[in-house]
Design a protein around this ligand. Structure first.
Ligand SMILES: CC(C)(COP(=O)(O)OP(=O)(O)OC[C@H]1O[C@@H](n2cnc3c(N)ncnc32)[C@H](O)[C@@H]1OP(=O)(O)O)[C@@H](O)C(=O)NCCC(=O)NCCS
Length: 244
């Protein structure tokens, strides 16, 4: 079966019953080696987190998380024309919402996919980590570069068991560059830039560039007089995976 047929088949399976049988068939399409007989009893790490008591996992959500993570442990993760469309199929079914042209590279991790909203033309580069317990909302045409991290929960310093949750919002056309960290409760304004390795502990105003630890405003974004779609947030060469 060629790549396109495999993807079509996965889309059909994911669009019907995502149970242990469906997960087994998708694992076959991924060429993943896994003991099929235990699929009915698996749990994923996030099911053991306290937040799971509030927002839980349906059977479908459990298998979609499992398949997202498993893909990166197979050679097919390195087949971009298989892995990127497959991640898109999973995100469309798993995320709270997922717009068109979503691109995710290898080793993107999140704990509650169903607490993530992404707009159109959003790009996650490899190694992005989304702690989405408190909710993450990402607007249109935003990018998270390699190793960018977003956190939406913290622990009480006197009692680790007490947790607080606060969502993160990233507005349209914002770019979070490599290995930047966004702390709980933060809003990154539209068209803002978070420079590489920054630690964002305060909201970022629209169109500003922030940098450093903690991140401070450095200057306005160099927009060259362009706004929104004029900014050409085209992620890969010749806009591949971003159909108009
Ligand atoms: C946002 C970015 C483009 C800014 O770079 P720049 O245009 O060269 O920055 P500027 O020339 O305006 O720098 C202004 C000041 O901020 C500082 N600065 C720039 N980037 C910084 C950073 N990431 N962290 C801390 N300080 C930074 C500069 O040293 C300079 O300080 P100075 O005035 O004391 O000399 C750059 O920091 C960045 O993050 N690049 C993206 C890297 C990346 O993630 N690539 C992968 C993309 S998929």
């Amino acid at each position: 079966m060629d790549i396109k047929e495999r993807l079509r088949s996965i889309e059909t399976i994911a669009g019907s019953t995502m149970d242990a049988g469906g997960a087994a068939r998708i694992l076959d399409m991924m060429g993943a080696c896994f003991p099929r007989e235990i699929l009915g009893e698996i749990k994923i790490y996030s099911e053991y987190l306290p937040k799971a008591e509030d927002i839980g996992f349906t059977e479908e959500q459990r298998y979609l998380h499992f398949l997202w993570d498993t893909l990166d442990k197979t050679p097919m993760a390195a087949v971009a024309n298989f892995a990127i469309p497959l991640r898109r199929i999973i995100a469309k079914r798993l995320f709270k919402s997922c717009g068109k042209n979503f691109i995710a590279e290898e080793n993107v991790r999140f704990n509650f996919g169903h607490n993530i909203e992404v707009g159109d033309d959003v790009f996650f580069n490899r190694g992005v980590f989304l702690d989405s317990k408190g909710g993450i909302s990402i607007g249109n045409r935003c990018a998270l570069a390699e190793g960018a991290e977003i956190y939406t929960h913290s622990h009480s310093q006197s009692n680790h068991v007490k947790r607080t949750y606060a969502g993160v919002t990233i507005k349209d056309f914002a770019c979070i560059y490599s290995h930047a960290t966004i702390l709980p409760g933060i809003t990154i304004g539209a068209q803002a830039i978070v420079a590489a390795k920054s630690l964002v502990s305060q909201d970022v105003a629209p169109n500003m560039m922030v940098a450093g630890i903690p991140a401070k405003v450095v200057r306005e974004r160099h927009n060259g007089g362009c706004t929104r779609s004029q900014l050409n947030h085209v992620w890969l060469h010749k806009g591949v995976f971003q159909d108009e």
